[in-house]
Design a protein around this ligand. Structure first.
Ligand code: PMP
Length: 361
């Protein structure tokens, strides 16, 4: 079998241990003679899997009792619509921060239902693209919520602070940073994330929502988009994506075995530091255009000074077992997504490869 390090942004690399467990349990889950994906979602076996995954997530993120955890279908993109549909029924004014392509998609969806004020946007500063400090934002006092994207997966831009919003609920799309570092859930009204980066496979989306925000949705909201209905039915209003939920449980158990989020965070910091150092110390051969204050821990973007070498870089990287380093098609360039399951060894190999590549060209 060819062993590679997969730097894809999502669906992304999974821990080998998780894949082996899933493989081992594929035909016979815990002696029941069937795969977990063949079992009814309301039966005792799947209920056990579902409850265990929620318990692990609550433990790992220290989610307080007054928050619900929902396991929903539809991807993070569905939340771009569900958040405004559920939160703008009584007050349709809302603030969004625009830091990149995923923010823009969330904004476009919210604009269908409410009056969106763009409170802040990234700009080019002296040291690269920068997220303005909160003092420079144009926040409105009386909005239903403020939405932002703590980590922009495509541009590789990350907030290294949590916005202060007083009584205004803070809503965050944490798809590409959940569980890569500790996060204080108490500061948020809603956190949501697709699973296919740090939580398992595509198909399930986690929504962590404070109880007081589970209210009446706009009257035309489809039933399956209403937090109230989903929460009252503990994410079992209809058939949930059971296998994805199961796999998320395995990933969460794996994170616990690694020592939890703090331990993983220390490893992730080391990984990112090594990779940014390889870029910064290349005398301009590689370039990252993000202000160091706003660089992403999980999505490291870079370009080659001579971009005609990019095809050769990707080809040789692939031959060395370093795959899926091409940047998102909208922005081009290169991107190494280094979520929790990417071992430090993968980074070491990539850094060595990058150094050797500069010597060759
Ligand atoms: N938000 C962010 C930050 C993402 O990275 C992505 C997917 N790459 C999405 C939203 C969209 O997620 P999905 O494809 O699960 O709808």
């Amino acid at each position: 079998m060819r062993k590679v390090f997969n730097f894809n942004a999502g669906p992304a690399m999974l821990p080998e241990e998780v894949l082996l467990t899933a493989q081992g349990e594929m035909l016979d889950w815990h002696g029941c003679g069937m795969s977990i994906m063949e079992l009814g979602h309301r039966g005792p076996e799947f209920q056990q899997v579902a409850a265990a995954a929620e318990k692990s997530l609550r433990e790992l993120m220290a989610i307080p009792e007054h928050y619900q955890v929902l396991f929903l279908p539809g991807g993070a993109t569905t939340q771009f619509a569900m958040v405004p549909l559920n939160l703008l029924a009584r007050n349709n004014k809302v603030d969004y921060v625009d830091t990149g392509i995923w923010s823009k998609k969330a904004i476009a969806e919210a604009e269908r239902y409410g009056q969106v004020n763009i409170a802040a946007k990234c700009h080019h500063g002296k040291e690269g693209i920068v997220i303005p400090s909160q003092q420079e934002w144009h926040l409105q006092p009386d909005v239903a919520y403020l939405h932002y994207t703590p980590n922009e997966t495509i541009e590789g831009i990350e907030f290294h602070f949590i916005p202060e919003t007083g009584d205004v609920p803070l809503v965050a799309d944490v798809s590409s940073m959940i569980l890569s570092q500790p996060i204080d859930v108490n500061r948020f009204g809603i956190l949501y994330a697709g699973a296919q980066k740090n939580l398992g496979q595509a198909g399930v989306t986690i929504v962590i929502i404070r109880n007081d925000l589970i209210g009446e949705a706009m009257p035309f909201t489809p039933t399956l988009y209403q937090y109230k209905v989903l929460s009252a039915n503990h994410s079992f209003y209809n058939t949930p994506p059971t296998y994805s939920w199961y796999l998320t449980g395995l990933v969460l158990d794996w994170i616990k075995r690694q020592g939890g989020v703090e331990t993983i965070y220390a490893i992730n910091q080391r990984k990112a530091k090594k990779l940014y150092a390889a870029i910064d110390e290349s005398n301009g051969f590689y370039c990252n255009n993000i202000d160091p204050k706003c660089r992403s821990l999980t999505n490291v973007v870079f370009t080659l000074k001579d971009d005609t070498l990019q095809g050769e870089f990707l080809k040789q990287a692939n031959e060395a077992g370093l795959v899926n380093l091409r940047g998102h098609k909208v922005v081009g360039g290169l991107r190494a997504s280094i979520y929790n399951a990417m071992p430090e060894q993968g980074i070491d190999l990539l850094v060595t490869f990058m150094r050797e590549f500069t010597l060759k060209y």
